[in-house]
Design a protein around this ligand. Sequence first.
Ligand code: ADP
Length: 397
Amino acid sequence: MIEASSLSKRYGAFRALDKVSFEVHRGEVVGFLGPNGAGKSTTMRILTCFISASGGTARVHGHDVFDQPLEVRKKIGYLPQRASLYGEMSVWEYLSFVADMRGLDHGVFKKRMRDIVEVCGIGQVLGKDIRTLSHGFRQRVGLGQALVHNPPILILDEPTSDLDPNEKAEVIKYIKEIGKERTILLSTHNLAEVEAACPRAIIVSKGRVVADGPLDEIRTKSGRVRYVVTVDEQRTFDGGVELRKGSKKAAPTAQEVQDALSALSGVSHFKELPTDDRAHSFEFLGAPGTDARHDIFQLCVQKGWYMLELRREARSLEDVFKALTKGDERLDRGRKVVVEDDEDEAEEDAAEDEADDEEAEDEEGDEGEEDGADDQGEEEAEDKAKAGDKSPSGKKD
Ligand code: ADP
């Protein structure tokens, strides 16, 4: 449904995206994670045809975002980070206006509204002016706007930023509901939201994809996994039958348990744990990206040991996120990288680079909380798009 292939975006000499590639399949709800400045919005703006890439390609619902932007826009609902809602319109008027812009027949719009009112929870505010709504309700209206034309794909850019915890939870609840029938790419730097709403995440840092996969996989791949194994120190069995004391499969000593476990591949750092049970309990680490549970289970069965506990704990997503995105700073993506890379359009003359550098720095300074600052950056990006990036030669295949 969404395919980004080697997407790059430069703002002057600064590389905001560096060959970003990923796919989102039909029906997936994918968290697009990264610290501020990682390149999430830039990617989303490219996918939604708001700005053009400096290199690479992207397809949405089979349509190229550069060559068939109108087709792409029909298939997506987009909630930008700060959705521009018209405060003086009532919610109904605004959504009806959006439906008109989308070319929806009034009868179809009214039918769609039944759905939207329910999944976005806006029934009680339909007649209210948007300017009187709380931020949480505005975001719900923003979601409604993205759903008016019943698109199969939703691109939501930090839909919960600036919301209070209750509002966040509400909006996530509605997104989950919406995600039952749609493909969603949801950007956020809030890990709890990803854990609540997205089975899969793509983590970006410094304009690059640093992890992509199911959350469990990301947790385990990015660090060692901790195991705790506890076996009975008195009782054993053979062929499903409990053995008497003194039989040839004698109750194991702690040393025997540790020796047997440490012979498994990729495990290390053994530590015996105190236990209240009559048992031997060990904690140890497994290699990143592996799962030793089956081997541990087989070992216990083969030895005739009763396993009282088997625990496998991956690192928290937060730890992984911190480790993967450490030092994500704009400065790391300066001109040097661009010059070193042959594949990108790095052959700008020095004077042009200099001017671009200054411009990029100014823009970073402008990147504030205010909408105005955001819009300005956008406009400049679009100017650049018109000036060059958007031209067929600006597109890299
Ligand atoms: P995120 O959404 O992950 O917070 P963005 O995609 O908004 O990150 O920004 C990625 C980087 O690109 C940031 O360092 C930002 O300052 C820079 N950037 C974004 N838009 C512009 C622009 N119009 N002009 C110059 N730099 C920009």
